[in-house]
Design a binder for this molecule. Structure first.
Ligand code: HPA
Length: 273
């Protein structure tokens, strides 16, 4: 199936009608970070199932709604629940959420996710500002007929993770109790966690953290020239680092444990964008 500009616009127009105003900043909330939604003041919530042409969220811990309101005095739209390749979606389908956010008029996008720490200097509970990513997988959300209204057929990924937003996030980290690094996110298709041998290979190839989301959204944002900041919460040491099996319970537990300071940090970023 090929998607047209009108296909995305139908979803955006429906949301604009519900919101009554255009958001300035879009935020995608990752696994276990759904509590950020409670920060949205005067919220208008629209379940994904109601939005024309939208996708349905099946991942555990993802609410599945678009939330419009204000955070730190800025008009934001939060995606409470995102879509992943492991749920069965094709990469081409995964262009939809960010294209809809773009059509809502946002001027910056913040992506958050839970990730495994590959870099041995990181520890669970640390944050990584994503500087770049590696996706060694032959798929792209921009594969198929190009939708020219969003961007060109071939597009640059040299500064996909906007340098000015990364610098802002690192500067604001100085007054946060969180330990914040900057590093490279490795896309892992999932739903299985990686093998210890895969993690050793990822480390040798330059990955600092590994996760199952974010890159489709980052590629889509780059294509339509949307300024982007992406933050990973290190919820666990990656496979093979510690002599324990990885579980989604551990991922959610760590994310919940730093929820307070992480929420404050993201609010501070929103206030200063
Ligand atoms: N690997 C992949 N995805 C993840 C991990 C991990 O270790 N932790 C949280 N999301």
């Amino acid at each position: 199936m090929s998607y047209t500009y009108e296909y995305y616009k139908a979803a955006a127009d429906y949301l604009l009608d519900k919101f009554g105003e255009r958001p300035e900043i879009g935020i995608v909330l990752g696994s276990g970070l759904g509590h950020f939604a409670a920060q949205v003041e005067a919220p208008v919530a629209v379940p994904y199932a109601e939005i024309p042409n939208f996708l349905l969220s099946t991942a555990i811990g993802h609410a599945g709604q678009m939330l419009f309101g204000t955070v730190a005095g800025r008009r934001v739209v939060c995606m409470s629940g995102r879509f992943h390749y492991y749920e069965g979606y094709e990469f081409e389908q995964l262009a939809l959420p960010v294209r809809v956010l773009k059509l809502l008029g946002i001027r910056a996008l913040i992506l958050t996710n839970a990730a495994g720490a590959v870099n041995l200097d990181y520890k669970p509970g640390d944050i990584m500002v994503i500087s770049d990513h590696i996706k060694f997988m032959g798929a792209s959300p921009m594969r198929g007929p190009n939708v020219d209204e969003f961007g060109p057929r071939f597009f640059d990924m040299g500064s996909a993770y906007t340098p000015a937003l990364r610098a802002l996030a690192l500067k604001l980290a100085e007054k946060s109790p969180l330990t914040v690094h900057e590093g490279v996110y490795w896309f892992s298709p999932g739903p299985q966690y990686e093998t210890p041998a895969e993690i050793r290979a990822i480390r040798a190839l330059g990955g600092d953290a590994v996760g199952m989301s974010t890159v489709t959204e980052a590629l889509t944002a780059s294509h339509c020239k949307l300024p982007l900041l992406a933050l990973s919460v290190m919820t666990n040491m990656a496979a093979g680092v510690l002599p324990v099996p990885l579980t989604s319970e551990e991922v959610i537990e760590t994310a919940n444990a730093i929820e307070g300071p992480f929420t404050e940090y993201v609010k501070d970023i929103i206030a200063n964008i």
